[in-house]
Design a protein around this ligand. Sequence first.
Ligand code: HMG
Ligand code: MG
Length: 301
Amino acid sequence: MPSDAVKIVEVGPRDGLQNEPSDVSTAQKLALIEALVDAGLACVEATAFVSPRWVPQMADHAEVLTTLMRGPLAQRARFPVLTPNLKGYEAARDAGAREVAVFAAASEAFSQKNINCSIDESLARFRPLLEAAAQDGIAVRGYLSCVLGCPYSGAVSAHKVSELAARLISAGCYEVSLGDTIGVGTPHQTRALIESVSRRIPVSLVAGHFHDTYGQALANVYAAMEAGVRVFDASVAGLGGCPYAKGASGNLATEDLVYLCQGLGVDTGVDLEKLVTAGDDICQALGRANQSRVARAMLAK
Ligand code: HMG
Ligand code: MG
């Protein structure tokens, strides 16, 4: 297991809050993002420029991003945002985005439910977005959902995931984040998937995004690390889920990922105590239980 640093993409303010039933004010979101940056997270996915009819929780996207990009935090961290199409991209760019993320799926059924088009149509929609981003000097990350299973159609082939990951990279994405959207994968399956994808694109272009529905996320991270992955998405306090993936729980808790890395002697640049406080504060504000085992253990001391 190499001990090179792991890069964490904190997705709590987006993936964590996009499914939140209670109202979260723009000020609460900004306070959360500031606390995450203060804890040392250098890349925080801030919001999603998606349709407010589809995801009302992200309707304040322009205000969140404009405030961040005009303020002092923009010097200390990157704030990528989700953009499903050119309309979302242009709004994100106008709000000051320096980095965006497109999101496709490895399952046709999920693609239809989540973004209302087929996989091929989604890739065609990304083309003008990627061209505009290249001209504007804006980096584009690619997500691929349902890589280890789909809530609507079940098993997903590693071959299909690998082919789509390669298509996202050749279309211009600088990295592909492989999403176990409903958290069904297990470590051997994860390792086999990463090995399959690595035959198509360098493993340095692959990130892992594991939801923790079945309690396997941390084990899957470890398996992916053994297969060479060094970038992981995680959500403070394990917040979240996808509104278009019924039953999907939150991502791997960032606190648990940081604790694992500390134990492995792998640097993340994150101050675990500050992170636990940030997670505890947002859980208290939302009136929900903290899903991070590490946070619960540290707070109980
Ligand atoms: P659509 O209804 O097919 O879009 O939705 P449309 O192009 O027909 O437009 C319909 C209306 O939406 C129009 O408004 C557009 O202007 C508007 P109207 O004329 O009716 O007033 N519209 C937009 N408004 C704001 N921002 C935009 C935008 N685009 C169109 N960007 C669309 C297609 C993609 C917009 C919709 O399906 C959508 O917003 N989906 C987002 C779903 C979502 O956010 N899901 C969660 C994020 S993905 C995820 O969580 C997985 C991930 O974490 C990885 C993993 O875990 O696997 C990333
Ligand atoms: Mg997700």
